[in-house]
Design a protein around this ligand. Sequence first.
Ligand SMILES: [Zn+2]
Length: 318
Amino acid sequence: MKLLDMHCDTILECLIKNCGIRENNLHIDLNKLKKAGALGQFFAIWIPSGEAAEHYGVTGTPKELFYRMYDLYEAELKKNSDMILPALSYQDILDNEKAGKLSSILTIEDSTLLDGDLKVIDEVYDKGVRLMTLIWNYENTLAYPNDPDNEIHMKGLKPFGIEAVEYMNKKGIIVDVSHLNEGGFYDVAKHSKKPFVASHSCARALSNESRNLTDDQLKTLGEKGGVVGVNFYSEFLVEKSMHTKTEDIVRHIDYMVDKAGIESVGLGTDFDGIDCTLEIENYGMMDKLISELQKKYSDDQLEKICSGNTLRIIKECL
Ligand SMILES: [Zn+2]
């Protein structure tokens, strides 16, 4: 089964732990991706800010942080071009597959580096970025983050956020609403002319976290032709849990398929960005999930969840 995971934070982990992407002790490396049958991987450049930046001991402006991680990413891809190549389009993924290579799709998590300037979208597009997560857990020039406080959670996108979504549509960058608050989500649904994704989120009905999507959000995402990637973080799957069981991932997939539709659910592991123990200890063990899903989904349905739906989004947006 071909897999395509919409979110991991492996690049930042490589920077902090001073290791490469070919073989490491992290959740994701190229050997593990190959072993599991991945078609490719979305690699996020996550730009930590606020307390997160302190926690990881990284300093610098959002743009400086972006380029520090971008340089590592670019060097790693060059070094490992026998195994993985960048994918800037749908066709690139097909070509890379034909050549027996993985595809890498570069993303940015937290569009804080835009700082109110649309030209930065041109700049990162030229660097190969093809998906942008509008926000992380702190307010930026586009939007407000998910928040347990309902007043903040229901605030809409800022005017610059609407402009940025429309420009990403035009440019061919996938808009990602994971981490965004609920008010912002509905503004994206209203203003985006292309399907959008929640690259790494789960169902709020099963774990009452403001990071997760309500039934109505899932339904709206499905109606817009979008895709939600199931996140493997224990607390997003089961409230207060510190261990991720495969059955809980399956439960969220089932639920989200029921609410959003079989065309609108995919993978968004959040590997190397989650602090919990997992039954699927790393990407190389993804067959555990596949064999559980095989018990209830047809090959055709399973292919959609594992890669087909995300490939459709890439085809429609890039
Ligand atoms: Zn995230």
